[in-house]
Design a protein around this ligand. Sequence first.
Ligand code: F0G
Length: 463
Amino acid sequence: MSFRTVIEPFRIHSVQAIREITPQEREAALARVGYNLFGLHADEVLIDLLTDSGTGAMSSRQWAAMLDADESYAGSRSFYRFQEVVQDITGLKEVIPTHQGRAAERILFSVMVKAGQVVPSNTHFDTTRANIEHGDAEARDLLIPEGRIPSQKHPFKGNMDVAALEATIETAGRAHVPLVMVTVTNNSGGGQPVSLANLRAVRAVCDRYGIPLFLDACRFAENAYFIKLREEGYADRTPKEIAREMFSLADGCTMSAKKDGMANIGGFLAMNDPALARDCRNLLILTEGFPTYGGMAGYDLEAVATGLEEVLDEQYLRYRLRSTAYLAEKAEAAGVPTVQPPGGHAVYLDAKTLLPHIPPAQYPAQALAIELYRVGGVRGVEIGSVMFGKPNPDGSEVPAAMELVRLAVPRRTYTQSHIDYVGEVIAEVARRKEEIRGLKMVEQAPWLRHFTARFRELDAKSR
Ligand code: F0G
């Protein structure tokens, strides 16, 4: 007998209170932070879907392992356990701990990438892009065309366009492509998975030109479970077997353990090439720490090691993907279009389609994110023209391709009734969509402006 309801596969052992603040308090908070939700005090948020990064709940096994951690500066027992778990899942020989994902990226790109080179990816996450561009190289996104259309369904919308990869290498020249990255799952494209067939095809191109392939593996376990559900021939394989097969196609990976490491902080860089590992460790010592802790405490190493074991649990992954899809169904039922099919860690609301009366220059996705907070204290993040719009010299802007609000679901943190509540908030916002106003940006930083920009709400007349 199998039942329809997919339950949270855990019981709650320790709780943290959340408190709803009044609509008046929320309105005052919005005015104070200049309509930028990054500026809120987290206690002013009821359900925080800003990110799934480092915001999840740890298990009692993780907390227990942390208590028993070894804080030795060099050669800590906790490091050897961490190394063993990472090697067991990835099959990669060299394991370099880092305090989070972007530290692994910075070290890898500092060693491997030179100015003027091109690093292709299905889609670079902001931090990988920024770390590549910081070295005056080019981060190029080569996603399949289906991945760019929110409403278009495709089982592996995170796949790389293999023909475009080949054309890029041919045009740039092998010597100008130091490595190829594939992000699993593709966060910036909607948390969409990459198939093993696609990884194999990318690997074959890399082999033909002798170029190393690295995974940005932040959400590797969610990607593995999507493969189990959707790729021919994998229904009977375990998530761990599938994850191993994914990593077996790569020469290395960067990892933020704040996602599928189920920890609040941590990450690593792993690879097979010992000479590359030596260069990376030398940089690690300079900025992160000794190679057996790399910026993490011994107890962080334990939390990640245990988290990596837990994340591949099939029951957990089934619940994880189902609970994200459940939120997407609520939004769709309320008439709010979402990126389809829903991704593993987040639901992406399509503000451009929902709010056609707000032009991109007035930031419809920012307006939608603000309304979700105003109506129900729910915090998401704008992924649209505030984040990716490019200012023209004349003061106008080239808008982003999509205007999305990401609602990222922290791991093992909210229950189904929290998500039901978010669904009700979305429905109420959809009912009042005609009244939602656009925004004018009144203050912005020269880069990564979305974190600190301030806005003014436009009144109905100025539309
Ligand atoms: N790669 C991907 C695909 C990510 O989603 C992130 C972080 C990173 C790398 C960087 O890892 O934060 O540990 O340095 N994403 C978070 C998010 C911030 O909200 O999606 P980090």
